[in-house]
Write a protein of this length. Structure first.
Lengths: 301, 327
């Protein structure tokens, strides 16, 4: 390898690093971005530090006198109808939401990007077939389809992740494809093709880096939707029975019929769901604002 | 000529999609683990011969392809199968509930659309102002709250704590209300479930109308209207809003699919005896034929809603037929 190309590579990495730095500082200077990042870091902390936050096994039932106790010194958020500690359930529930959110978004982005790049790059009959499949999936009502699949496949965290990803990848595929369509006409692609770059190098080496910012915005939206979907499915009784999530807490509270007598059982999971989703929505809005061309110029750094 | 071509193209598309949905619906429920006959009779005393007889009766001894042909033929005759839980045909079970759902959806969507478009137009018009920012953040928060979570909050506050509204259902049981009193009673029960759907929708419509409005206000014809010296209110009504509403109309087809989600959640929380609550009950009872029927109903109605929106849109914006714009 010659010195010049090495220098070029270093320069490229440097530019890329600077760009990422700029992006992050724009993001946390954005009013909504700041709130969103703050909320997400808060929940990430809770999820990682769960065992240290004075929690007990969230599935451990208490004895008869420990049923539906209002919040006190021992049970900070009281107990549920089986005497289980609500505080521990809420803390550990954050893990389920975040896990499902991140893994589903990852699966969605990978599948959607692959399909989008292939469809946009090759065009013709391949594009036609892939986009027809995408259109078909986008036409189906998401929640009923998720309910049906989750009911048929059985309640487990991995099935929820599978179902959520299956519903979401077409949106990403569509967004990526439309980006590719305009990118592949650009001169730098023509130039690479002329010096003999292969199709896969063109797709993943030249075109792909240009869709990364959009993918980041998509990922934030997908995480938000996955968390939302998990909450709804679990509330409808399709959650993982061995891993208590915020949605399943609400399902059990609702099903028990004593919800009104135990607001401490219901309010923490509801407020957690709302806060986390609002956090990600705010971040999503901030990301799409920052990615708009000309944002840096108008807002300044 | 163009109109007929456009219509036929959309119609064929809708039919193909519906056929694909029927195939998907068949396949999904065939991957279900467990024997459907065993699920119908949880009793271990049912003998192997009896099971065999049932399999033949329901055509389960046939090949997958043969089963699909049977399923398709039955559907064409309007037979959606037999509900294990209710012990009657699925189509009857659904038929009993569908009116209740329509009352809820139509009420909620009309109110949400009107308020949402108004607030969205104001926010877009005053783009960047304090009013805009507060409308925007409130709608983003509303849009982020799942309907069931909003429902439970409304239920706790207005039904349990304040006791202003009933806890659920569609009317007061055994009240003997008739005529006007009955209608009043139903409206009373309708308010909370409708509002849990409305609040989410307002958020969505505000966000949509606002961004569309902002885009329209940048167009040359608005500048022209201004230089002509037209009054601001005239520009808003006659030039900006009319054009800003176009994408909102298209999206209302997509929104119909989201409305289904809202309905399932709200009906479940408030025990509103519609298709949404039926979905929840079917899941709880693992009544697969019923669930299959409900899914088919939802999916087909979304396809039809989108078809209608396409037609309406082609009337509002004639460019779409000639292919000048892509939607």
């Amino acid at each position: 390898m010659s010195d010049i190309s090495l220098n070029n590579k270093q320069k490229k990495t440097k530019i890329r690093r600077q760009k990422i730095k700029d992006f992050i500082s724009l993001l946390i200077n954005h009013r909504m971005g700041k709130v969103g990042v703050g909320v997400i870091i808060f929940f990430l902390f809770i999820a990682f530090a769960a065992p240290l936050l004075r929690t007990v096994n969230p599935h451990q039932s208490g004895n008869a006198v420990e049923i539906l106790i209002p919040p006190d010194g021992q049970f900070w958020f009281g107990t549920d109808d089986l005497g289980r500690d609500v505080w521990s359930q809420v803390i550990y529930g954050s893990r389920i939401s975040l896990l499902i959110g991140f893994i589903s978004a990852l699966a969605t982005i990978l599948t959607g990007t692959l399909v989008g790049i292939i469809a946009g790059f090759y065009g013709g009959i391949i594009e036609e077939i892939l986009m027809r499949i995408v259109d078909f999936f986008m036409m189906l009502p998401a929640l009923p389809l998720m309910i049906v699949l989750a009911a048929v496949l059985g309640p487990s965290i991995w099935n929820i992740i599978f179902v959520v990803s299956l519903i979401s990848w077409p949106t990403t595929a569509r967004v990526v494809r439309s980006q590719i369509l305009s990118l592949k006409e650009r001169p730098f692609i023509e130039a690479s093709r002329c010096i003999g770059a292969s199709n896969s190098l063109l797709m993943f080496g030249e075109i792909f880096p240009n869709v990364v910012p959009i993918l980041f915005a998509e990922a934030v939206i997908m995480i938000t939707e996955a968390i939302y979907a998990e909450a709804v499915l679990s509330f409808l009784g399709l959650g993982d029975p061995v891993r208590m999530s915020w949605g399943s807490m609400l399902h059990f509270a609702f099903d028990s019929g004593v919800m009104a007598r135990a607001p401490w059982w219901v309010l923490p999971p509801i407020l957690s769901i709302i806060l986390l989703i609002v956090g990600f929505s705010f971040l999503g809005t901030a990301v799409s604002d920052v990615l708009k061309p000309g944002y840096k110029e108008t807002k300044g750094l | 000529m163009k109109t007929i071509q456009f219509f036929l193209k959309k119609l064929t598309g809708a039919f193909i999609t519906i056929f694909a949905i029927i195939v998907a619906n068949f396949v999904i429920f065939r991957i279900a683990p467990g024997d459907p006959i065993r699920m119908m009779f949880h009793d271990p005393r049912v003998s192997a011969e009896q099971i065999k007889a049932m399999q033949i009766k329901f055509g389960l001894d046939k090949s997958l392809w043969g089963q699909f042909i049977d399923y398709f033929k039955q559907l064409m005759k309007g037979d959606m199968g037999f509900s294990f839980w209710q012990k009657r045909p699925v189509i009857e079970v659904i038929g009993d509930r569908i009116g209740h759902t329509l009352i809820l959806v139509v009420t909620a969507l009309i109110i949400a659309t009107i308020i949402g478009i108004l607030l969205g137009a104001i926010a877009g018009w005053k783009n960047g102002s304090k009013t805009d920012r507060s409308i925007l953040s409130v709608s983003l928060v509303l849009y982020s709250i799942p309907t069931f979570a909003m429902g439970i909050l409304l239920l706790l506050i207005f039904a349990y704590v304040l006791s202003i509204f009933p806890l659920g259902g569609i009317s007061t049981p055994a009240s003997g209300f008739t005529g006007f009193m009955y209608i009043k009673d139903v409206i009373w029960h309708l308010i909370l479930p409708a509002f849990s759907i409305i609040l989410w929708y307002i958020g969505e419509y505000i966000l949509m109308t606002r961004s569309s409005m902002v885009e329209v206000l940048d167009q040359d014809y608005i500048v022209t209207a201004r230089t002509k010296g037209l009054r601001e209110s005239t520009i808003l009504r006659k030039h900006a809003l009319r054009n800003a509403l176009l994408p909102v109309v298209t999206l209302s087809g997509v929104n119909f699919a989201f409305a289904i989600a809202g309905v399932i959640e709200a009906e479940t929380v408030f025990s509103w005896p519609g298709i949404g609550r039926l979905t929840y009950d079917a899941v709880m009872k693992r009544d697969y034929p019923l669930l299959q029927g409900i899914f088919l109903l939802f999916a087909v109605s979304v396809v039809l809603a989108n078809f209608l929106v396409d037609l309406i849109y082609s009337r509002i914006d004639p460019r779409i037929k000639t292919g000048d714009v892509n939607v």
